[in-house]
Design a protein around this ligand. Structure first.
Ligand code: SF4
Length: 272
């Protein structure tokens, strides 16, 4: 990508998710586009580890990361949607808690929005209908893959976010894109947040009838009851995959095993 002809008359924005790819992109663009703005759409349901990681990144970048919030909490949105939990088929959470605050922040300005999709990925950035926003994909254009991202993070001294030890991606603690082993990770690392997610799930019950669950076809209570078995199966899968190709780090080992379950990914505004 050419960085010498960056247009200073438009705004340049890098939206962060608290995950490794958008963090590496922020590091990569720091000196290439000095006027760049960094923003983070805070759903209010982020992990403590995400805030800590963003604070460290902010210190490294030497400029503030603008934190954007929607004017309602997740509880209020859940109420608006009649306790219908968000799901891959009804992603109202992303629209309300991520995209809307981001697009409100941009307003009518002409903006180049930089997205951290890597050269080795085959997925789209977030889709906007706003004509004043142009998306750019520096990692794709410059051939930076997963190893390139690890390298940028290592060299900056930031490393990986702490939650990658038990979770493969960034986003809300109750994200429905999590696999069951990641819910177990939440239960063991943040039992209070797991209990809160259970509470949201129960809000959708109709008497004894379980209407909506975070994990398809299973309640969080089932995850709690079966956590040892879920962990055992995951460990087996990790061992098997590690036998094929040695992972670079704990995140890669964990994510490979989790991703072997499904190709479904969170939207790129949440998971980067
Ligand atoms: S991280 Fe998951 S739950 Fe949170 S807004 Fe994104 S898709 Fe929705």
């Amino acid at each position: 990508m050419g960085y010498k002809d960056i247009d200073p008359s438009v705004r340049h924005i890098c939206a962060l998710s608290g995950g490794k790819d958008s963090t590496a992109l922020a590091i990569y663009l720091k000196d290439k586009i000095p006027m760049i703005e960094y923003v983070f759409c805070d759903t209010g349901a982020e992990l403590r580890e995400t805030y800590e990681y963003l604070d460290r990144l902010e210190a490294y970048l030497g400029k503030p990361i603008v934190r954007l919030n929607s004017n309602k909490s997740f509880e209020q949105f859940l109420n608006k949607y009649s306790n219908y939990l968000p799901s891959p088929r009804a992603r109202w959470c992303t629209a309300e808690m991520k995209i809307k605050p981001y697009e409100d922040y941009i307003g009518d300005s002409q903006v180049v929005s930089y997205v951290g999709i890597r050269a080795d990925e085959n997925r789209q950035g977030y889709v906007t209908t706003k004509t004043n926003i142009t998306a750019k994909f520096p990692f794709k254009e410059d051939g930076i893959d997963r190893n390139g991202v690890y390298k940028l993070l290592e060299e900056s001294g930031l490393g990986l976010p702490k939650y990658y030890e038990w979770r493969s991606r960034s986003g809300c603690y109750f994200c429905f894109f999590q696999r069951t082993v990641e819910w177990v990770g939440l239960l063991e690392n943040h039992p209070d947040l797991f209990a809160k997610a259970e509470e949201f799930e129960r809000m959708g019950y109709r008497g004894d009838q379980v209407k909506f669950t975070w994990v398809q076809g299973r309640t969080l209570d089932w995850v709690r009851q079966n956590k040892e078995e879920i962990k055992r199966k995951h460990a087996e899968k990790m061992k098997k995959l590690e036998g094929n190709q040695k992972p670079k780090n704990i995140h890669e080992a964990f994510a490979n095993a989790v991703d072997s379950d499904s190709t479904e990914r969170a939207c790129t505004i949440c998971d980067l």
